[in-house]
Design a protein around this ligand. Sequence first.
Ligand code: A3P
Length: 318
Amino acid sequence: NHDEFKESISHNQDIIKENTWVSSLLYEINGCWIPAKLVPAVTNFQNQFQAKDSDIMLATMPKSGTTWLKALVFTITNRNLFQTLDQSPLLSSNPHALVPFFEYDIYPSSNTPLMNVDEIPSPRIFSTHIHFQCLPASVLDTKCRIIYIYRDPLDQFVSHWCFALENFYDGKTKPPIIEEALEKYSKGIHPFGPFWDHMLGYSKASSKDSNKVLFLKYEVLKADPVSVVKKIAEFLEIPFSPEEEINGMVEEVVKLCSFDNLKNLEVNRNGRTNYGVKHSSFFRKGGIGDWVNYVPPTMAELVLNVMEEKLGGAGISF
Ligand code: A3P
């Protein structure tokens, strides 16, 4: 029973709880920091979801490029359903409405899913923020593919910080000071942290089986979107044909999903997700290195040292 589960979690002395800059407490469960209010959703996802061979799973830490990846994978996968990309649903729907999150859209808080996932036509595209080791068994036991994108942790932090200030603080409650938030971040205490374990889980899985997990980097996608879009299509075994390439289809996909294009669409300037988040807050600056405008140098050094210590030898570059 969901309520009993919640109750037992909240009284379980073994579960470590922490506040961060998001509105909800975080629980540490098996080494993963999960927002308390999402624990039932994660549990329901783990217990109830049955993956199919044709499924596509997008996995990210929050604020690492999820919205962009959703737009790209949706467009690459469905590109033959429309005569031209001018007819894409992406022009009238936010990417989060086209690719649901397990935690927020499908299994948010009750035993009954909000969506009947069996009714979604294949290939189904889903999204999650949870660690690799928390994925339901069927995701690993089937041929379902996983695409992961990571981002410079300091930019990820700043993006999440700004997102939280915009969505979770109404002027009455005060956010913590940024130094406190960064202190916790450097200890891995942040939504879906520790960031190094999140990255390492998917990175190792990709090294083990590169047909199962595609490991991408936000900064590389920004620098060379055409190559990365082709890589995604190849990974999904729907490569662009020579004719599509000659006709500029790859560039069109990139343009459709570009920050400037999506940010300025009416639906993204004004709408909100099912769970109340402003669509506009998913499109802030879309740049690289904005952390220097927010993070004090001593705190940056702290986080950079942790990145080096935890990820330096793992072949994950920034
Ligand atoms: P910033 O806050 O640094 O601008 P997520 O989608 O995982 O929530 O991540 C949001 C971050 O990705 C935000 O970063 C947002 O601006 C950026 N973003 C969203 N759409 C993008 C796009 N099409 N191209 C590049 N960056 C994008």
